[in-house]
Write a protein that binds this ligand. Structure first.
Ligand code: XMP
Length: 511
């Protein structure tokens, strides 16, 4: 059985990060809600250790999340973090109350005594705190193993029963020796081997999928994005021609995107693939529409219609593949099989077409892990490492009404930006960068002629999570080159501007 750690979530903002940090040590970790994990399930899954996460509640609120007290009877090591630490103390009979010295937030100095959790950690180090309550007395069998100036019980341990609690957050980078502490828990306390790799993931998944889907007909909607691409290739390795991929060209793709998908999946991987040319029908439905949400809605609906028609033409298909990844699962509420990524091009499909099952081969992986699997499967780097592209495509980058002519202008301008970013010397490539065709025209001069052409805006942002973003400081030489090429090479563009709005107050996309 694959060794794994259970991250029992109490609603903490860092629960996923804890799992991520553990997986970075080559130990598989899965996040499960504290509400739906029973002792029987935990035993069945054979976890090597359990981490209780933080959370926004107070243990003494009657509605605060708890764990099944039977968990404490199991011979599985436990590490409680923040709320998890308080809950561990509380449920083992100790006292938790509002911190005497008030809330403690941010970087503080931690001093520790001997403990398996603090091996190779200097006696004093920086840690990150964020709490209002504190453990006042430790439960029977525990000793206090660390403190800070205002938190007398910053860590506690019952070494004999392998129970540990820390008030601070070892998973965040501000806790200097946080990774070391997690490693101590994984390798010294839980005795993990640390042999989990992405190659293991791919080969085990392929075997499982082959076994589970044998004799079934499986359909996959390829979007050209990373997740559906990796899911499709995994499935193809497992079941070959029993998989059919459908790629809908809605006419809102970037330059060369359809050809790239055909080349990679059709020619290189030799998948059974249907490319649907639906450009005209999407444009027809978008005629005269200028409202951004109206565009999104039409594209979503039309996509489902086209996909349904193609599925019917292919005859009965049993299973639909979804490129759902781990953050989608966790963010959409806890992991029933019915969780579907609310991406415009697959949401709503399964029920309507009547598949008997959905398969989500990447539902346990983070984005960078999906990328690692993709590279391991031989998907070209340009595709695996590509920047995100919105489902409604260029429709939300052409301001106002969408026409074929405007799309052509935008595609050319965008391709020039992408080419120049790729060619530019070593610099931090922004998280996302693209051109926008504004709905404004402006006067210019070319040769001795007056021109009156479109204004193209360039957008480039740096971000970790796309929830907030800063405008990217692209080198001036790069901006100059892109502006000069666009105005010279793309007919009917007279001016190029650079968007220096952060998110918030702006959004990444213009619509
Ligand atoms: P915003 O514009 O909301 O963008 O700041 C954040 C990220 O989401 C992408 N985005 C979308 N993706 N369907 C998608 O699949 C959409 O309707 C959509 N709108 C924005 C955007 O490209 C950025 O990465």
């Amino acid at each position: 059985m694959q060794e794994k750690i259970l991250v029992l979530d109490f609603g903490g903002q860092y629960s996923l990060l804890i799992a991520r940090r553990i997986r970075q040590q080559h130990v598989f970790a899965e996040v499960r809600s504290s509400c739906d994990m029973t002792v029987a399930q935990i035993q069945r899954e054979g976890y090597k250790g359990i981490v209780f996460t933080g959370g926004p509640s107070s243990v003494y609120d009657s509605v605060s999340p708890r764990f099944d007290p039977e968990i404490l009877r199991l011979a599985i090591p436990i590490l409680g973090i923040c709320y998890g630490h308080q809950l561990l103390a509380w449920m083992a009979g100790a006292e938790v109350c509002p911190a005497e010295n008030g809330s403690e937030y941010g970087r503080v100095t931690l001093r520790h005594t001997e403990s398996a959790l603090f091996r190779h950690v200097p006696p004093e180090s920086a840690c990150w705190m964020s709490h209002t309550d504190a453990v006042r007395s430790v439960p029977a069998g525990f000793t206090v193993t660390a403190s800070t100036e205002s938190c007398p019980c910053a860590a506690m341990a019952d070494e004999k029963r392998k129970r540990y609690g820390v008030q601070f957050h070892p998973e965040v980078t501000h806790t200097e020796y946080g990774i070391q502490m997690l490693r101590n828990f994984l390798f010294s306390v839980c005795d993990c081997a640390g042999d989990w790799t992405m190659e293991d993931f791919a080969s085990t998944s392929i075997e499982t999928l082959r076994w589970e889907l044998s004799g079934k007909r499986v359909l996959c909607a390829l979007s050209g994005g990373v997740d559906s691409a990796v899911a499709a290739v995994l499935l193809h390795r497992a079941i070959g021609d029993d998989l059919t991929c459908v790629f809908v060209d809605h006419g809102l793709l970037r330059k060369g995107e359809r050809e790239q998908v055909e080349q990679v999946f059709g020619c290189r991987f030799r998948m059974r693939m249907v490319v649907v040319d639906a450009r005209e029908r999407f444009l027809a439905r978008l005629k005269g529409v200028t409202d951004p949400e109206g565009k999104r809605k039409i594209i979503g609906e039309e996509f489902i219609r086209v996909f349904e028609e193609e599925a019917k033409k292919l005859g009965k298909q049993d299973v639909l593949v979804q490129g759902t990844i781990y953050p989608d699962v966790v963010e959409s509420g806890w992991g029933s099989a019915a969780v579907i990524k609310s991406h415009h091009n697959v949401g709503g499909l399964p029920g309507r077409i009547g598949f008997s099952g959905i398969v989500e081969p990447l539902r346990m992986l983070f984005k960078d892990e999906v990328r690692a699997v993709g590279l391991g499967l031989g998907i070209p780097e340009e595709l695996v490492m590509r920047q995100p592209f919105p489902g409604p495509g260029l429709a939300v980058r052409v301001m106002g009404e969408i026409t074929e002519k405007k799309l052509r202008v935008l595609r050319e301008a965008d391709a020039i930006l992408c080419e120049e970013v790729a060619k530019a010397g070593p610099f931090n490539v922004p998280s996302q960068y693209f051109a926008v065709l504004t709905d404004t025209r402006s006067v210019g001069v070319m040769g001795d002629e007056r021109t009156y052409g479109w204004v193209v805006a360039l957008r480039a942002v740096d971000t970790d999570d796309f929830m907030t973003a800063d405008w990217a400081r692209l080198p001036y030489e790069l901006l100059e080159k892109v502006s000069s090429r666009i105005t010279n090479e793309v007919r009917s563009v007279s001016r190029v501007v650079y968007d220096i709005t952060s998110k918030p107050p702006g959004t990444v996309e213009w619509e």
